[in-house]
Ligand binder design. Structure first.
Ligand SMILES: Cc1cc2nc3c(=O)[nH]c(=O)nc-3n(C[C@H](O)[C@H](O)[C@H](O)COP(=O)(O)O)c2cc1C
Length: 170
């Protein structure tokens, strides 16, 4: 079985997920691990991962997804805002970049900490709009994201990865 793990990560959260996935894969099965490259990667299964950029995957991952045909794909991602319904909406958008002749096996999201500049922007905005509830929610969410991806996220990702791998053996 040949497996590739391709990811895009700016500040390391998605890379942490990619490394966890790598650890679940037998060494001899892993044919590629790294950021998007021009290399023609031949594998039976592609784990493709991205951080969330303005409600979508990154442009580099979009290009990789759009270029896949007749492949088995499992998608993983981190996002600053975290709940199941939001993750589902994010994935609906990402899915539009995956040509329909591929087999999409599963997707996984968890929260990932954001840069401090985001918090500073919220604090500036709150100064100007002290009653804005949405800003308060965003600020609380920023703090909630600070510990992610955490141990529990990685355990869930490990379980998800094993499930994906077991689908391939069927
Ligand atoms: C420019 C920019 C745009 C972002 N847009 C979103 C977004 O639309 N939704 C979201 O939930 N998180 C958003 N985030 C948060 C990141 O997706 C999140 O922190 C992610 O875990 C970063 O992953 P990385 O460490 O692998 O780069 C954004 C972050 C940046 C820097």
């Amino acid at each position: 079985m040949k497996i590739a793990v391709i990811y895009d990560s700016l500040s390391g959260n998605t890379k942490t997920l990619a490394e966890k996935i790598k650890n679940e894969i037998n060494k001899e099965d892993l044919v590629y691990f790294g950021e998007p490259s021009k290399e023609d990667i031949k594998a039976d299964l592609y784990f493709i991962g991205s951080w969330t950029n303005k409600g979508d995957c990154t442009d580099r991952i979009k290009a990789i997804l759009e270029g896949q045909h007749q492949k088995k794909i499992a998608y993983f991602a981190t996002a600053g805002f975290g709940d199941g319904a939001y993750f589902d909406r994010l994935f609906e958008r990402v899915k539009t970049h995956i040509p329909q002749d591929n087999e999409l096996l599963a997707y996984f999201y968890c929260q990932g900490k954001m840069p401090l500049t985001v918090k500073e922007r919220y604090l500036d905005l709150i100064k100007a709009n002290p009653e804005d509830q949405n800003l308060k929610v965003s600020l609380a969410n920023f703090d909630k994201a600070l510990t992610h991806p955490d141990q529990k996220d990685l355990e869930e990702l490990g379980k998800w990865t094993r499930e994906v791998l077991s689908q391939l053996k069927k």
